[in-house]
Design a protein around this ligand. Structure first.
Ligand code: NAD
Ligand code: 2HG
Length: 387
């Protein structure tokens, strides 16, 4: 029986995949794994028995990935599972940025009219205040062409928008997902100077924190709009406030900040990007499925801090070793097993930055000689699990 603890609202369609005879959800203090959304793990105590954390979402800046890796805690996330929801809210926000739709709706809803005739007369008289422009023909710059950025880029083309993208870390697989009509900026400056709307879709890391600052804003066109549905901490707020007094007309964000609230040129949503029924279900299902795969078979899929490592589970006795990425680890593990009379049937080893993972299937008939302690004696082994 595995014990699971959840933080934040996790969709039931996902949690239902934990079979009650195999998993107990939120019923014990000592959980083997957590399923979370935006819960801040940086401040949390990590108990030694915690095996994994599954983040039902894309961004993992709320989780200390490296520290957990060195403690042998595997972190999973759900790449792409909420991309469509975010893209649709970004599209809606782009429309809001060019047409004063909300202002018009507020005006008509917040007035009282004597009768239908006076309502219609007032409308005809006032509607000129709410004339906007069209997205078609505008130029949009997208920084970060991953799951959200790529899908957005392709859809914007269909709306007749000129799209230019910047992503210095774009993978080959990622590039295949993007229409050739999307122009590629080799330097950020090529994009900033030219766009009517800039939209940000890169992760928050130590390298990108506060990256969007005066050096960016100063290069932008007068009247430009900036959309941030990625993370609030990507932006230098003081520089943004100055830019809003200068050339940036509007800032639309999913990450409200106290210093920006109420600013007439700022529209803030309460982190609603992934808040659609479909996206919440997709994320919960993907998070639960990858967590179950790991807990039940040791295979790692969609991890944010360990290498993805899969070995089909054929029911043989299996060892899973989480260890540091240092020379001769596989050699030492193999020797210890041989010393204990254990024959390796199948094995896979993958590394990622400072850590590595070795999955070993062993011959069933030798399993009684297995001693996990023999592997824990190897320096650099963080955790050993047996299946
Ligand atoms: N508002 C929300 O509810 C919501 C929902 C999902 C994701 N997000 C945020 O959006 C981010 C992107 O999500 P995604 O699903 O597209 O992730 P993704 O990992 O698929 O894409 C991120 C892209 O950013 C690129 N990138 C990294 N550093 C960059 C840099 N310095 N400059 C330009 N590009 C860079 C990467 O190469 C990658 O292609 C997430 O990290 C998360 O913070 C927000
Ligand atoms: O869980 C959410 O509502 C938001 C998730 C989102 O920020 C993400 O990075 O995937």
């Amino acid at each position: 029986m595995f014990h699971i603890k959840t933080y934040n609202q996790i969709a039931e369609d996902g949690l239902r995949r934990f079979k009650p005879n195999e998993y107990a959800v939120n019923d014990a203090e000592q959980a083997d794994a957590w399923v979370i959304r935006s819960h801040d793990v940086h401040q949390a105590d990590i108990p030694p028995y915690l095996l994994a954390i599954a983040r039902a979402g894309a961004g993992v800046n709320n989780i200390p990935l490296d520290r957990l890796a060195r403690q042998g805690v595997v972190v999973f996330h759900t790449p792409g599972a909420n991309a469509n929801a975010v893209k649709e809210l970004v599209l809606a926000s782009m429309l809001l940025s060019v047409r004063p739709i909300l202002e018009g709706a507020n005006w008509v809803n917040n007035h009282t009219f004597a009768d239908q005739t006076s309502l219609e007369e007032a409308m005809e008289q006032q509607k000129r205040r709410f004339v906007g422009s069209e997205l078609r023909g505008k130029r949009v710059g997208i920084v970060g062409l991953g799951a959200i950025g790529a899908s957005l880029a392709n859809d914007l083309l269909h709306l007749g928008i000129d799209v230019i993208g910047y992503d210095p870390h774009l993978s080959v697989d990622g590039a295949w997902n993007i229409s050739q009509q999307v122009k590629r900026a080799k330097q950020l400056s090529e994009l900033l100077a030219d766009v009517d709307i800039l939209t940000i879709h890169m992760p928050l890391t130590d390298d990108t924190r506060h990256m969007i600052d005066a050096t960016w804003f100063k290069q932008m066109k007068p009247g430009a709009t900036v959309l941030n549905f990625a993370r609030g901490e990507l932006v230098n707020d003081a520089d943004l406030l100055e830019a809003l007094d200068d050339n940036v007309a509007t800032y639309i964000t999913d990450f409200p900040k106290q210093v920006l609230l109420g600013h007439p040129q700022v529209v803030a949503f309460p982190h609603l990007g992934a808040s659609t029924h479909e996206s919440e279900v997709n994320c919960a299902i993907q998070a639960v499925d990858t967590l179950k795969l790991y807990l039940e078979t040791g295979s790692i899929r969609n991890s944010a801090n360990f290498p993805n490592t899969e070995l089909p589970y054929v029911g043989k006795r299996r060892l899973a070793v989480l260890h540091l990425n240092v020379p001769n680890m596989v050699g030492q593990i193999a020797s210890r097993l041989a010393e204990n009379g254990i024959n390796i049937d199948n094995m896979v080893n993958r590394s990622r930055n400072d850590v590595a993972y070795t999955l070993i299937d062993i011959d069933n008939h030798k399993h009684e000689t297995l001693s996990v302690n023999a592997l824990y004696d190897i320096e650099g082994v963080m955790r050993v699990r047996e299946f």
